[in-house]
Design a protein around this ligand. Structure first.
Ligand SMILES: Cc1ncc(COP(=O)(O)O)c(C=O)c1O
Length: 493
């Protein structure tokens, strides 16, 4: 870090404007008067209106044309991350992922993409018109979770598609596992294409020596992070880091201007400035505590009968898993007699405790700098209480089995969007072009996406999973008696 991180220039400008409190004849409509909506005061406190300023105030910089305070705030964020430039975002990592693809790939151009990507990547493919070359996501055999994309699979996709213009990967997933980012950077650059990394769950990476290094530090070209997920920024506040000049910054700025609100909330961007300063000044200590608390929690959870908690032992070249973020507690509940969702409900009802995520076999809890010994003790106590007597309950952990191959693509995601569709019985969908997303959960990897050809193997797999009570995300008919298909395909792959 080479800049003065004791400053928080954008936050300071916002605070000054709040205190200046001019008589307003401009947006927002509340005119900084909390009395207009007393319910919001009850909910948010007396200052809710005073802090909600915008660029109508001359001292408040505008996200789409930043003045010095916001420029400096973004430069400080870049300095902390080690990037060459950083854009603040007001629609989460979602908009960063969309902009990344919009700025790097154009109509019909190929992009190498992991099949286990967040839906914002799919949205980016629709927006850009790119033709995805999906790389199968491996499902980890012992956990049943998609934990990383293998380097060999990306290498094979690049080899087979030398005209691809970018490689897009999830740099750290919900479960805290990372693919071999250095190898993927080298691979993409050897093909002279940018590596685009969705690191939504990794804004804290690289800020402590015991945490995996961030994709920025490892030389990826574009890296999207959600500081609202792991660092405490307000919900939706995110940033996009740029390294080098493989991707043109003006193209990114244009994409972001196109996709983001013309009234970006300073509550979000201001919180990014504040979080950056806190992490720059005290991050090492705070994240050191996170690492220690998570280690203690992991050991103690492993000692609770019926529960396990994954850790670095799952790092495995053969699975493409190269690193582990200790702050994620992925609790395996399969031996407890409870499903993850049942455990989640018990934690909430018995102990007023909320978790990040639950599936039939797992519960995921995250430890952040807001935690301390007391919160970790409360989590451990609640877990012990929740599993008492649980052996009588029935475990609903699911057998995922081998996923069928990724279907052939008849239409790109953009071509499929808005194509005329009809509903047919599932068995009659074989050979037709799918008109909706079908994603069994777990493992949370799309089995069919709009524009893809439905095969008999996909129908068989889905029938088998439904018989085991798997939840399907996406289809209009959740029981999948019927499937929406595209009526007529004019453009072939
Ligand atoms: C892997 C991944 N990428 C991107 C996102 C989107 O992030 P945000 O909620 O900040 O838009 C999520 C959200 O959960 C995610 O899990």
């Amino acid at each position: 870090m080479s800049l003065d991180h004791t400053r928080a220039p954008f936050y300071e400008a916002l605070l000054a404007e709040k205190n200046f409190a001019p008589l307003s004849f401009h947006m927002p409509g509340h005119k900084f008067k909390a009395g207009l909506l007393p319910d919001l005061t009850t909910w948010l406190g007396a200052d809710w209106a005073a802090v909600d300023v915008n660029e109508c105030s001359p001292t408040v910089d505008y996200l789409h044309a930043p003045g010095p305070a916001l420029r400096d705030a973004q430069a400080l964020a870049a300095d902390l991350a080690g990037s060459d430039a950083t854009f603040f975002l007001v629609n989460g990592a979602t908009v960063g992922n969309q902009a990344m693809l919009l700025a790097t790939a154009h109509d019909g151009q190929k992009v190498i993409v992991s099949r286990a990507s967040h839906r914002s990547i799919y949205a980016g493919l629709i927006l850009s018109g790119a033709r995805p070359v999906y790389v199968p996501a491996s499902v980890h055999p012992a956990t049943g979770l998609p934990l990383a994309v293998s380097t060999a699979a990306i290498a094979a996709a690049l080899q087979a598609n030398p005209e691809a213009v970018a490689v897009q990967i999830t740099g750290i997933n919900y479960y805290g596992y990372l693919p071999d980012v250095p190898a993927l950077v080298a691979l993409a650059h050897a093909h002279d294409v940018p590596l685009l990394v969705d690191e939504a769950h990794g804004a804290h990476l690289g800020l402590h020596p015991m945490l995996p290094r961030s994709a920025v530090q490892l030389g990826a070209d574009l890296v999207v992070q959600s500081p609202h997920k792991t660092l405490g920024a307000l919900t939706q506040a995110a940033w996009l880091h740029v390294v080098g000049d493989r991707v043109a910054r003006p193209a990114l700025a244009q994409a972001l201007a196109l996709l983001q609100s013309s009234s970006p909330s300073v509550l979000l961007t201001g919180s990014l400035d504040v979080v950056r300063r806190r992490m720059a000044l005290d991050g090492r200590r705070l994240l050191g505590r996170v690492v220690a608390l998570a280690a203690r929690a992991r050991d103690s959870i492993r000692a609770i009968q019926g529960l396990d908690c994954y850790g670095p032992e799952l790092i495995d070249d053969a699975q493409g898993i190269a690193a582990h973020d200790p702050s994620k507690l992925v609790i395996d509940v399969r031996a407890s007699g409870l499903t993850g969702t049942q455990l989640q409900a018990r934690l909430r009802e018995q102990s007023r405790l909320g978790v990040e995520f639950a599936d039939p076999g797992h519960v995921v809890c995250s430890i952040t700098a807001a935690d301390d010994d007391e919160t970790v003790d409360a989590l451990l106590e609640a877990l012990r209480r929740a599993v008492v007597g649980s052996r009588e309950a029935q475990s609903g952990a699911l057998e995922i089995g081998d996923l069928p191959p990724i279907p052939a693509m008849a239409l790109t995601p953009r071509q499929a969007l808005g194509a005329p569709t009809t509903v047919v019985r599932l068995e009659d969908a074989i050979g037709r072009v799918c008109g909706e997303q079908v994603m069994p959960y777990p493992p949370g990897i799309p089995l069919l996406l709009p524009g893809e050809v439905v095969g008999a193997e996909h129908v068989d797999y889905l029938r088998g999973q439904l018989a085991h009570g798997v939840r399907l995300v996406g289809p209009e008919d959740p029981g999948l008696q019927t499937l929406r298909v595209i009526i007529h395909v004019e453009r072939g792959a």
